[in-house]
Design a protein around this ligand. Structure first.
Ligand code: ZN
Ligand code: FE
Ligand code: FE
Ligand code: ZN
Length: 265
């Protein structure tokens, strides 16, 4: 069984990952992958935004480290992308980033609600102070804007709001559907991100109920481990494949030069 491409991998430039791209590539080959892609946390226009992403001046270094992995492993397809934070008002910056290099894809992720990094474990107390449904609603509102923006090829970890295991008591499926309507209008894909299995929620992003609706809405998928160390490359990909198939998927996307191709699972 061929495992799908792992399109969500980080590098030490984001300051919270370890291992050079060549080490991730070696691990990918060992695990039988034929394609991977790097998507490190993109820079913000100013250096002082926060401390878990590459700086604008490090973009060339990022390109060079991935180029080295390509030279070291010519038999492996290595794509180059970015995991870009979607923040309303930053659209021009995202377009500027897109123009800086012939990227293979952009993953759009939401890690901030207002200026609260809601998935940061050191800020978890905010979850206790606020209404869970309101947080989920605010999260999905941003995610829906990201999907509607047309700036991304893939939406990252689409139900990241479940990370710490806070679930609203109210029905939240309308939040999924609002997002999926936007996603199907622009054609953006959602990724099956296995990092959720390594968090408190102990579940792939997004949940099966979400993914079933995504399949009905004909929203395509990609796969990502969100590896922050070489040992996490393609982590739990057999589970992710089963997750995709039980939601009805028969194909996933491969991306090159921001163009897509559907391949059978
Ligand atoms: Zn990260
Ligand atoms: Fe992320
Ligand atoms: Fe990531
Ligand atoms: Zn991520």
């Amino acid at each position: 069984m061929q495992l799908p491409a792992d399109y969500h991998m980080h590098t030490p430039l984001c300051r919270h990952a370890t291992g050079e791209p060549s080490e991730y590539a070696a691990k990918a080959l060992e695990r039988g992958l034929d394609e991977i892609g790097f998507s490190d946390h993109s820079p913000m226009p100013k250096d002082d935004f926060d401390d878990w992403r590459m700086l604008p001046g490090e973009l060339e270094d990022y390109l060079e480290r991935v180029a080295r992995a390509r030279r070291d492993f010519p038999g492996l397809e290595i794509r180059l992308g970015l995991e870009v934070d979607y923040i309303p008002g930053q659209e021009d910056w995202i377009r500027e980033l897109a123009a800086r290099h012939p990227w293979d894809y952009f993953i759009g992720s939401v890690h901030y609600i207002g200026d609260w990094a809601f998935d940061n474990p050191s800020l978890i107390s905010v979850w206790q102070a606020r209404d869970t449904f309101e947080i989920w609603d605010a999260y999905f509102e941003r995610l829906t804007m990201a999907a509607a923006s047309g700036l991304f090829d893939i939406i990252g970890h689409a139900d990241l709001c479940k990370k710490f295991g806070y679930y609203p008591k109210r029905d939240y499926t309308p939040l999924y559907d609002r997002f999926l309507a936007a996603a199907s209008s622009t054609g953006v894909a959602v990724e099956l991100n296995t990092a959720g299995l390594r968090k408190d929620c102990k579940e792939i992003y997004p949940a099966l109920a979400f993914l079933r609706r995504a399949h009905e809405a004909q929203v395509p998928i990609t796969f990502g481990s969100d590896a922050h160390q070489p040992g996490e490359v393609a982590a739990d990909f057999t589970r992710a494949l089963a997750h995709a198939k039980s939601a009805g998927y028969t194909h996933c996307l491969r991306l090159k030069g921001r163009k897509r191709e559907a391949v059978a699972l």
